[in-house]
Design a protein around this ligand. Structure first.
Ligand SMILES: [Zn+2]
Length: 119
């Protein structure tokens, strides 16, 4: 019981070394360097307690940048949608595609009727 009383007396609010630290510089930070496939080197600062992600978008070119200078992440495919569409076209005949479309429309109509989809 006596110990608790001493602790309260020992820490005065608004004075002492604690207050000085609080109005000091910004919170401690660490710098992490990311490398993109275009050989850009970007230094990103994080809070010390934060865990830096494995990859970061390069501020200079927007490509993903990694922590390993020798092994920068590859540039992503620019047209994933187009590629996928071409793939679908390759695999399906027009008739099949039409069937799928009909099916989708029928499903949409039944959903709209039951109030699931409103537009
Ligand atoms: Zn870059």
């Amino acid at each position: 019981m006596a110990g608790g009383g001493n602790a309260i007396r020992g820490s005065r609010v608004g004075a002492g070394p604690l207050g000085e630290a609080e109005r000091g510089e910004a919170a401690p930070r660490k710098a992490v360097t990311y490398f993109c496939t275009n050989a850009h080197r970007s230094v990103i600062t994080f809070a010390v307690e934060a865990t830096p992600p494995d990859s970061w978008d390069c501020p200079k070119c927007g490509l993903p940048a990694g922590l390993d200078e020798e092994n920068a992440p590859p540039a992503p495919k620019i047209e994933p949608y187009k590629t996928h569409l071409a793939y679908v076209k390759e695999r399906r005949s027009d008739a099949e595609a039409e069937d799928i479309l009909e099916e989708a429309i029928a499903l949409l109509r039944s959903r709209r009727k039951s109030g699931e989809v409103i537009f």
